[in-house]
Each structure stands twice: as structure tokens, then as C-alpha cells.
Design a protein. Structure first.
Length: 340
């Protein structure tokens, strides 16, 4: 779990502002206080103050958590007007906009949109569909991103003993070549953010370098060409079978001279079916720890929890979201320094 320590340290050093949308859930309250006490981030919650304090029960450090109640917030009207402008083309009127801003998920996402928070987390109570939809509508996609996707950070046990990325295992059902390229580029960046290592991307298939023919393989090949055009420095290869991508001896036998040489650390699955099944087999049979799903491709960090999540799961996601926000803040600072 050393990678988690590194991720937590990256968040702690940057100390980004992370808002938890569901501050009236007992698990979220406990995780918020834990993260605040550990200094992982500047923590706030969206909740009625009396409900949050009632659940906190005066726990040490609960006063370190900032509470935002949409109904009494000084930002409510401005947030409502902003949301109205964002969504009026979809038929949203001002009353519907206010209703959305009185919703915890909507208010938290607008905090990020308006620069009052650096990242947000929801989904302990709300569905994935509601959490992701809210983030897309308010925070939006990142510049040049065609598809929002997700990844799992997989902590592999012996004999591998390393951290890799699996994507997309949660959102995009049957990615087009364009979506595969977007997922690959975003996943490589996510791997680098989480580990500080150079990403080596494997575009997975049941075929290795033409050993079979199928429409799904054509999609992968087209996706690879798009990646090479947009990110020419990225180490990527495929189509390739999983064993050839992760075991050097098999990689050399099945794909001699391939760029990966059996040492991939970012694995892009050709479909949600394959990705979801693959990560669960690795987790439940292979003994890997699976952290996620973590969203990628949004303009600013926003993440979704499982409704069955534990306090520790939420604490981990706070650290991961904080690390994403830290990378975003660093990138923004560098961009500003380049401006004349």
C-alpha cells in the first residue's frame, strides 16, 4: 500500500480544497473528520449544520471541517444564475436551476466550477448515474477531451508487486476508436499523476499483432493511430493479449520488438464487459487491491463512490481526488508562469 502513502503525501503537500457532497451520511462525516485531522486536504461538506454536527458528536477535529448548507449559503443566488446560464439551452428555467443548486451534488459541483473548491466527491448516497451526470453538466469535460472515462488503480501482489492502471472498467460500454484514444491518453496521464512513473500503455485484445481478425481489433488499431497522432511521445502498443503485455518472456515470444517488451503498466480494455470482468477477477481471485473507479477527463476532479463504501474507502478517495487536484493546480501554475 506504499502507493497510497505517496498519493496521500501528494495531496497533503498541496492541501487542495475537497468538498464532500453528502455531508449528512455518517460514513462521510467520519471520513471528513479523519481526512481533516490527517491534513490530507482542506475538507468541506455540503450539509445542514445541525445534521453534520449531530453525526459528528463533537469528535475531535470536527471543527476543522467547513460546512456549506445550500439553503443558507451566500452563494446560492449566484450559483443558481450560473447554472441557469449553463443549462438554459436544455430548457432549464431559473426555478429548476435553483432546485438543482439546493441539491447537495449540484451545489458541490458548482463549488468546483466556480473555483471555490478544487475537487468534489459524491456517490455514497447518490447513484453513479446522478453523480457523473451532475459532474458532466456543471464541471464539464477537460479541454480537448472527447470522452469522460474511469480507471482503477490496481495494486498487484507477488510476483508483480507493483501498481498498474486498468481502464475503462466502469463507464464507457463499447468505446469507439475516438473514445479508446481518449481513454488511453487520459489513463496514461492518470497513471503518471498517481505514481510519478512513465506510463507504458497496452491496448488489450484477444489477439496479439494480427494473430486474429475481428471488427473489435480494427477499432483498437484505429484508436492506437489516433493516440500516436495526438501524443507521439506516449509509449503505446497493441493490439496485444494481457499476458504478452505484462510478462516479458511471453511478450518477446508473441510480439518480438514491440515497444512494451512485456512491461506495460496501463491496460486499456476494448469494452466495459472485458474491463469490469478483468478487474474483478484480478481483485477477487488474483488478490489485487482495486482503488476506484476514479473519473478522468473532467475539467476538474470529481469522483464517485460506491453506495456500499466504507469510511476507509472514502478516506482513500479523498486522497486520490486530492492528488488529482494537486496535479491540476500544479499544471495551472505552470501555465500561468508561461504567459507573458
Amino acid at each position: 500500500m506504499g502507493i497510497l502513502d505517496d498519493i496521500t503525501a501528494a495531496s497533503r503537500q498541496a492541501f487542495p480544497r475537497i468538498v464532500l457532497a453528502e455531508g449528512e451520511d455518517e460514513r462521510v462525516v467520519a471520513a471528513a473528520i479523519m481526512a481533516a485531522n490527517e491534513g490530507i486536504a482542506d475538507i468541506s461538506v455540503v450539509a445542514k449544520a445541525d445534521v453534520f454536527r449531530g453525526l459528528a458528536k463533537g469528535a475531535p477535529g470536527s471543527d476543522r471541517v467547513t460546512i456549506h448548507d445550500p439553503a443558507t449559503s451566500v452563494h446560492l443566488e449566484a450559483y443558481t444564475e450560473t447554472y441557469f446560464r449553463l443549462r438554459q439551452h436544455k430548457g432549464i428555467d431559473i426555478d429548476a436551476a435553483r432546485k438543482t443548486m439546493l441539491n447537495n451534488l449540484g451545489f458541490a459541483a458548482m463549488m468546483v466550477h466556480q473555483g471555490h473548491a478544487d475537487g468534489t466527491i459524491g456517490g455514497a448516497v447518490a447513484t453513479t448515474a446522478d453523480t457523473v451526470r451532475t459532474a458532466l453538466q456543471i464541471i464539464g469535460r477537460g479541454k480537448g477531451v472527447s470522452s469522460v472515462s474511469s480507471f482503477f488503480l490496481m495494486l498487484l501482489p507477488s510476483p508483480h508487486n507493483r501498481c498498474v492502471v486498468f481502464a475503462d472498467c466502469a463507464l464507457v460500454i463499447l468505446p469507439t476508436p475516438e473514445e479508446l484514444a481518449s481513454i488511453a491518453i487520459a489513463s496514461a496521464a492518470s497513471y503518471e499523476t498517481m505514481t510519478s512513473d512513465i506510463p507504458r500503455v497496452a491496448m488489450l485484445s484477444f489477439s496479439t499483432k494480427g494473430s486474429a481478425r475481428d471488427e473489435s481489433i480494427d477499432r483498437i488499431k484505429q484508436g492506437i493511430e489516433l493516440v500516436r497522432a495526438r501524443a507521439p511521445d506516449l509509449i503505446i502498443d497493441g493490439e496485444i493479449q494481457f499476458d504478452a503485455a505484462i510478462v516479458p518472456e511471453i511478450g518477446r515470444a508473441k510480439a518480438p520488438g514491440a515497444a512494451l517488451d512485456g512491461d506495460a503498466n496501463v491496460f486499456i480494455f476494448p469494452s466495459l464487459n472485458a474491463g469490469n470482468i478483468g478487474y474483478k477477477i484480478a481483485q477477487r481471485v488474483g488478490g489485487a487491491a482495486a482503488l476506484g473507479p476514479v473519473l478522468q477527463g473532467l475539467a476538474r476532479p470529481a469522483n464517485d463512490l460506491s453506495r456500499g463504501c466504507s469510511v476507509d474507502d472514502i478516506r482513500q478517495m479523498i486522497a486520490i481526488t486530492g492528488a488529482q487536484a494537486a496535479a491540476e493546480l500544479s499544471s495551472s501554475a505552470k501555465e500561468k508562469s508561461r504567459r507573458p
